[in-house]
Ligand binder design. Structure first.
Ligand SMILES: [Zn+2]
Length: 281
């Protein structure tokens, strides 16, 4: 029984690793690997955050980096962030990548991820970043005064020069979020079928961060291998809500895909209580 299970899981892991290397851009995890098989990082004792740096020389910054993410959010310094302009095309559709052989719809082996081809951009100061993908962690990666939230969403944006800006939205348990239902309905879709999700205005309002409610900012990193630094983080102060059942639907698949908080190492954590955010459709 163990031998069979191990053999089957080895094959499954190999398939997933090949898919990851060739198909999926999971917080840029494949960028240093080209067509070679990526190490099978995860969140367990043998392949989790403490082991990442030793799994691949390209991931050494996971252990040696001084500006890593996530962090605990507390004692922020108040600032006025540059104006933020979110450009949202009126018709917004997200392609749901559902790779054959991967566990199920949206599942890249590390999280539930939706790749974006909407053309949505966010302009912050001199930088213009296009939304590349969004995904989920449970529990939250960032903590607030030492406390986790049940989940956290990350909206990964990339500029033409490759630099990254991630908008984080904490998720608390509360009212059911009807807007996320079309996405959550895909969690149990059959592998190998791709779908397109229509993103209604309501979805935008409730799920997407309009970030006009207070915004934390700091300089950090990817929270998954290769843990690259130089990532601009914007974590919304106000959480959004999902119901207990909606959270359970995610945690049935992933219940600990969070990296522990990292030391600030002298970095500044900022808070703009009333950011200047405008949305253009
Ligand atoms: Zn993330």
């Amino acid at each position: 029984m163990p031998t069979t299970t191990n053999h089957a899981s080895t094959i499954a892991c190999t398939i997933i690793a090949l898919l990851l290397a060739s198909c999926i851009d999971s917080e840029k995890s494949s960028e240093h690997h080209g067509d070679t098989e990526v190490a099978h990082w995860g969140y367990e004792a043998d392949n989790g955050p403490d082991a990442w740096a030793s799994m691949d020389p390209a991931w050494s910054v996971c252990a040696e980096g001084r500006e890593q993410s996530p962090i605990d959010i507390s004692s922020a310094t108040e600032i006025e962030l540059p104006a933020i302009i979110i450009n949202r095309p009126s018709e917004r559709k997200f392609e749901v990548l559902n790779q054959a052989g991967v566990v199920n719809a949206l599942d890249n082996g590390h999280t539930i991820q939706v790749n974006s081809k909407t053309g949505e951009t966010i302009a912050i100061g001199d930088g213009i970043f296009a939304l590349v993908q969004f995904h989920f962690h449970a529990p939250s990666e960032h903590t607030v005064d030492g406390k986790h939230f049940p989940m956290e969403m990350h909206f990964v944006h990339q500029a033409d020069n490759g630099s990254l800006a991630v908008v984080g939205v904490l998720i608390e348990e509360g009212a059911a979020n009807a807007s996320i239902a079309p996405l959550w309905a895909q969690l149990s879709a059959s592998p190998g079928t791709n779908a397109t999700i229509d993103v209604s205005a309501e979805f935008s309002q409730h799920v997407f961060p309009d970030i006009g409610t207070g915004l934390h900012h700091y300089e950090g990193s990817l929270t998954t291998p290769p843990c690259s630094e130089g990532v601009k983080w914007y974590v919304r102060k106000t959480p959004t809500q999902l119901s207990r059942e909606q959270i359970a639907a995610f945690t049935a698949i992933y219940d600990h895909n969070n990296r522990p908080v990292q030391a600030l190492n002298g970095r500044m954590l900022y808070l703009d209580e009333n950011p200047n955010v405008s949305i253009r459709n």
